[in-house]
Design a binder for this molecule. Structure first.
Ligand code: 3PG
Length: 397
């Protein structure tokens, strides 16, 4: 970004890929963290006189426009935060996008409609993606440039993330650079003890990162829905809790090989149904009654996790410890988040749900060393995988 700014952007059209994939309740944004994180790069370009064209996705529409996935609420919020109107084009690269871009004054910001409304965005066929990338590049025009700033999406080989970087002079944005800088501290030589807290619902999503992290960490604390596959691997009955049968054997192997590192819940909050008004109880992990489901870690586990975090010098947290959106199952996530906030360790919160949890639970963001905007992207980075949206900027991939 600095290189581009020093070249001069006044009067030039700069296409910025941001990750504005925010959680919505109807058309109300419930956590605008990603919009705020995208702001500095957009602002700097606009202040330098660029005509800023932002491309972003929302949710996972199936390649056609759907009102519920419109970026309208995001355009409004971005405009509020910038203090100037952000015009939303009614399409991605069609007539409306061309018209909005043609009229854009220097220093103004426009947002294209959800790029995933175009099926070529996520196509597996490189030539199809390249077609969309060329049309995006055309919007920026001859003297245009591309700034890749959507860290949360750099692990996706998609037209507006990867292919477009081959069609225009491409630069890494400030957010992407800042995220990579922080995460590289975790893969480099982290201060010890290095404690990782993982949660979320699926072991299958986290297996690769668990395997990559185990040799590097001192403790791996497992909460969330995925803990039940580990409890099952210990031979416990888990009632109606989330269970991935196909991964029990792998979990058993990991527990056996890394008994000194992996910590699973010793007690859980169970419910008779998946609802905020369910009947609840706190039970030992080995005594989950049939027909009941575990929806949070229990107080003893929360305390244990908190003491591990308190002793750590480096902490990475990804995935809530329970269904924190429902008050009866929020204590575990709150306890973990508070322990991280209270510690002096270098602390990184990875992505989507856990970042949202910090804000929804009202914890001060400045108490964490870094709250990443990338969920999947930060995990893939920690796994050591190549991030296509970054590699393409470095001339690789
Ligand atoms: C995310 O929410 O992690 C990013 O915006 C990427 O979204 P995706 O998983 O739908 O590609």
């Amino acid at each position: 970004l600095e290189d581009l700014l020093s070249e001069g952007v006044s009067g030039r059209r700069v296409l910025v890929r941001s990750d504005l994939n925010v959680p919505l309740d109807g058309s109300v944004i419930t956590d605008d963290g990603r919009v705020r994180a995208a702001l500095p790069t957009i602002q700097r370009l606009a202040e330098a006189g660029a005509k800023v064209i932002v491309a972003a996705h929302l949710g996972r529409p199936k390649g056609t426009p759907e009102a519920k996935y419109s970026l309208r609420p995001v355009a409004d919020r971005l405009g509020e935060l910038l203090g100037s109107e952000v015009r939303l084009a009614g399409d991605v690269v069609g007539e409306q996008a061309r018209a909005v871009v043609a009229d854009l004054p220097d220093g103004a910001v426009a947002l294209l409609e959800n790029v995933r409304f175009d099926p070529r965005e996520t196509s597996k066929v490189a030539e199809e993606r390249a077609g969309l990338a060329r049309e995006l590049a055309t919007l920026a025009g001859d003297n245009g440039a591309f700034v890749s700033d959507g860290f949360g999406v750099v692990h996706r080989k998609q037209a507006s993330v990867y292919d477009v970087a081959r069609e225009l002079p491409a630069y890494a944005g400030g957010l992407v650079l800042a995220e990579l800088d922080v995460l590289s501290k975790l893969t480099g030589d982290p201060q010890r003890p290095y404690v990782v807290v993982l949660g979320g619902s699926k072991v299958s999503d986290k297996l690769a990162v668990i395997e990559a992290l185990l040799p590097k960490v001192d403790r791996l604390l497992i909460g969330g829905g995925m803990a039940f596959t580990f409890l099952s691997a210990q031979g416990y009955r888990v009632g109606s809790s989330l269970l991935e049968e196909d991964f029990v054997e792998t979990a058993r192997k990991l527990l056996a090989e890394h008994a000194d590192k992996i910590v699973v819940p010793s007690d859980v909050v169970v419910a008779d149904k998946f609802a905020a008004d369910a009947a609840t109880d706190t039970v030992a992990a080995e005594s989950i009654p049939d027909g009941w489901m575990g929806l949070d870690i229990g107080p003893r586990t929360t305390e244990h996790f908190a003491s591990e975090v308190a002793a750590a010098k480096t902490v990475f947290w990804n995935g809530p410890a329970g269904v924190f959106e429902m008050a009866p199952f929020a204590s575990g996530t709150k306890g973990v988040a508070r322990a991280i906030a209270d510690s002096d360790a270098f602390s990184v919160v990875g992505g989507g749900d856990s970042a949202a949890a910090v804000r929804v639970l009202g914890l001060p963001e400045e108490k964490f060393s870094h709250i990443s905007t990338g969920g999947g992207a930060s995990l893939e980075y920690l796994e050591g995988k190549e991030l296509p949206g970054v590699a393409v900027l470095e001339g690789g991939a």
